[in-house]
Design a protein around this ligand. Sequence first.
Ligand SMILES: Cc1ncc(COP(=O)(O)O)c(C=O)c1O
Length: 384
Amino acid sequence: METTLNLTSKMPGTGTTIFSVMSALANEYGAVNLAQGFPDFNCPQKLIELVNHYMQQGKNQYAPMPGVPELRKKIAEKNLKCYGTQFDWQSEVTVVGGATLALFCAISAVVKENDEVIVIEPAYDSYIPAITLNGGKPVFSKLKYPSFQIDWEEIKKLINFRTRAILINSPHNPCGTVLSADDMRQLERLTENTDIVVISDEVYEHILFDGLKHQSACMYPGLVTRSFIISSFGKTYHNTGWKMGYVLAPEKLTAEFRKIYQYVAFSTSTPVQYAFADFLEDEAHYLALPKFYEQKRDFFRNLIAGSRFNVLPCAGSYFQLLGYDKISQDDDYSLAVRLTRENKIAGVPISVFYHDKTDNRVLRFCFAKNEETLTKAAEILCSL
Ligand SMILES: Cc1ncc(COP(=O)(O)O)c(C=O)c1O
């Protein structure tokens, strides 16, 4: 439909996210879709039954703004069990409609005009728009290539009196790296005696491999008092489409967060919250998750070991990076599109996670898929 409105875009350089673009392309060309990060298997049946149960029980009206108390109490208990840190369920735990929304509200809660926010790239694509829409200025540090480790010396140089926040993400999308205790201590040291807020994106907190332990910002005394910790049930319970997550933060930060969240969403699905409150009781699901995904990682990596791709290390998350230097000299975006169209395999080019489109000739493939899908994908990848 045509409009005669004179509109000036608030986000002129922004198009559709790469995940939607690649998924649409994968559908159009009937490609095996390892592009978007979602499982192609179902979430636990019990969880579906619980949502159904609470719908039948009439839990179908607005939940309290910060989430139903039953769930907030369970989240606080789970966090204590996992990381030994007690958050007050009333004033420090907020249930939200997914991590993307949480990131947007957390950034909006603290970033003002001309504030600087340190973004470590490659970075999840929702961070920068949230910063710039709030008048903030993203300041970039690249993960070292090819190890994808944080360059703490560089971060140190970027910190100044305008630095309002720093965003970290572990386990990391798209790189599959995880932050070590030493990384967290470096961040603790660098932010000591500053007013820097840490926004810690921990949506893959239960997907770490080879015995590695997740280093939540809440485990570090110098970080827990300055952090928004953001998690997503979608990643842990195989239901990304339910868009359910939560935020842990000290009372003062939580209060500012809720001022924004109440006008962005007010609250999120009531029956789903009750269902999670019951389901969280059982630790078995999330305790089994590292092995569950480790098997998928190993299955996929073994199948593609004989390919011409450079299979980069993967310590956590459900993403495998593949370098394609030996296969093509195309830029990663063109190659991702060509592979989808011609070879029927969809991945994500890593350059889209950099503001300056840094291209290391690496593609990201999601292995949160059943073995049949991974086998089909691997056959194609091995044929290239
Ligand atoms: C690093 C990272 N943060 C946040 C999100 C968003 O999570 P949600 O689906 O709960 O909004 C994702 C989803 O892919 C992610 O990979």
